[in-house]
Design a binder for this molecule. Structure first.
Ligand SMILES: [Zn+2]
Length: 77
C-alpha cells in the first residue's frame, strides 16, 4: 500500500510539473506577441530606416531615427 501511494503521489507530481511548464510557456508566448504589437515599426522620414516606434523620435505625424535627422528635415523646409 505504501508503494502504491508513493506511485500515485509521484504521478500527480509529474502531472503538476507538466501543467505548470505548459502554462508558463503559454504565458511567455502571450508576452512575446504583445511585445511585437507594442514594437510597431516606423520609418525615418529623412533616411528611410525602419526602427521600433518606442525608439523613434516623433515630430507631428512624422518619425525620425535620430535628433540629427529630425532637425535636418526641418531645415529643408
Ligand atoms: Zn534617419
Amino acid at each position: 500500500m505504501g508503494i502504491r501511494l508513493l506511485l500515485i503521489l509521484l504521478t500527480l507530481w509529474v502531472l503538476y510539473i507538466s501543467v505548470r511548464r505548459y502554462i508558463r510557456r503559454r504565458e511567455k508566448n502571450d508576452v512575446n506577441r504583445q511585445n511585437k504589437i507594442a514594437d510597431n515599426m516606423v520609418q525615418c522620414k529623412f533616411c528611410g530606416t525602419y526602427l521600433p516606434e518606442s525608439e523613434a523620435l516623433k515630430n507631428n505625424s512624422d518619425f525620425f531615427c535620430s535628433k540629427e535627422h529630425l532637425t535636418q528635415q526641418n531645415h529643408d523646409h
